[in-house]
Each structure stands twice: as structure tokens, then as C-alpha cells.
Design a protein around this ligand. Structure first.
Ligand code: ADP
Length: 191
């Protein structure tokens, strides 16, 4: 199997964005990060950006209706026809359903869901470090804690649905970046 339609899941600070980019270049498919798309809109001062910012700055989820439409548009672009890695979506049960609908409308299906696993203490340490280095608006103590809570309450339980479909691959998110990338590739049978 060449896994090319993938989701990468994991709590904030687990290294999703980094691993999504590495895997995307290995597979030669686009990495699609909903957080990056929102940040691009916020930076560009678009209407969507203004709306999104009122949620992202607090660590709350942007409303599904907005996020779902954005993901549907993105997954309908021609560069996604050979595959994709979704980072940051789906984040709740309604988004899982929406993604199923989008993919079925496109006539494709998921190959696998990678979950990066890391404990909260390690995640908090990494996020505090990132706050110093990157200065992201949503890396305040309150917003970080809120995002980790939302992940634990709404997003982590979604892995059960993907496990039931036989799609879930859990990988330890602690360790050397290149080693983790190799572990993910091995879990997906990618060389
Ligand atoms: P992190 O993984 O550190 O939370 P992201 O870059 O993935 O950062 O997301 C940043 C913010 O963008 C989230 O806190 C949320 O406000 C918004 N966002 C991203 N993806 C989604 C989504 N699938 N549904 C709703 N909001 C989202």
C-alpha cells in the first residue's frame, strides 16, 4: 500500500507540524495545516482571518461551519488529487463526519491516521519554549492550557473511531525528530 491520504493527529506541541512536513516531502503530497491556513488569513487581514482570530487567540476552536468549508475548498484543489496529509483537522466528532462526506464526494478514502503520543508535562515544556522562540499570539499560558484541554476532551477520543476502522497508527512523539519520522514511515510502510 502506498499511504497517501493521511491524517496526522496529536496534542499541541507533539510535533505534528514538523512531522507532517517531513512526511509530505517523503510522499510528495501537500501537507495541509488548518492552523497555518488560519494564520495566513489572519496575517493577510481577510474577513475569514478576522473571524478566525477572535477564536484562535483564545485557544478556542473556530466554528465548524467556517472550518469545514475551508477544508472542503482546500481538498478540492488539483494539487491534492494524488494525496495529502491533514494536520489539525478533524478536531471534533462533527469534523470527522464532515471529512468522511468530503472524501466520499471526491471519491477517495483515507489510508491511515497517525497519532503522535506525548504526555502533558513534556507538551507544556515544549509549548513554553515555542512561545519564547516563535511568539505566536495563541501561545499564552491560558490559550495553551485551553488547547490541551480541548484536545483531551474532543480530539483524542476521535482516535477510537479511526482505530475501529483499522486506520490508526500510534507513534511515540518524544525523541529525535529524524527517528520519529522514520518510525512514522515504517508504521505506514513508506520507504
Ligand atoms: P495547535 O496545534 O498548536 O493548537 P494549530 O496551528 O493546529 O495549533 O491551530 C491553531 C488554532 O487554529 C486552533 O487553536 C484553533 O483556534 C484553530 N483551528 C485549527 N484547526 C482547527 C479545526 N480543525 N477546527 C477549529 N479550529 C481550528
Amino acid at each position: 500500500m502506498t499511504a497517501s491520504r493521511l491524517i496526522i493527529m496529536g496534542p499541541q506541541g507533539a510535533g505534528k507540524g514538523t512531522q507532517a512536513a517531513l512526511l509530505a516531502s517523503r510522499l510528495d503530497v501537500p501537507a495541509i495545516s488548518t492552523g497555518d491556513i488560519f494564520r495566513a488569513h489572519i496575517g493577510g487581514g481577510t474577513e475569514l482571518g478576522k473571524l478566525a482570530q477572535s477564536y484562535t487567540a483564545r485557544g478556542e476552536l473556530v466554528p465548524d461551519e467556517v472550518t469545514n468549508r475551508m477544508v472542503r475548498d482546500r481538498l478540492s484543489q488539483p494539487d491534492v488529487s494524488g494525496g495529502f496529509i491533514l494536520d489539525g483537522y478533524p478536531r471534533n466528532a462533527a469534523q470527522v463526519q464532515e471529512l468522511d462526506g468530503i472524501l466520499s464526494d471526491l471519491g477517495v478514502s483515507l489510508d491511515a491516521v497517525v497519532e503522535l503520543v506525548a504526555d502533558r508535562a513534556e507538551l507544556l515544556a515544549r509549548l513554553r519554549q515555542r512561545a519564547v522562540v516563535e511568539g505566536r499570539e495563541d501561545d499564552t499560558e491560558e490559550a495553551i492550557a485551553r488547547r490541551l484541554d480541548i484536545y483531551a476532551e474532543q480530539t483524542a477520543p476521535l482516535t477510537g473511531a479511526y482505530e475501529a476502522r483499522g486506520l490508526l497508527r500510534q507513534v511515540d512523539g518524544i525523541g529525535d525528530i529524524a527517528d520519529i519520522a522514520d518510525t512514522i514511515a515504517a508504521a505506514l510502510d513508506v520507504r
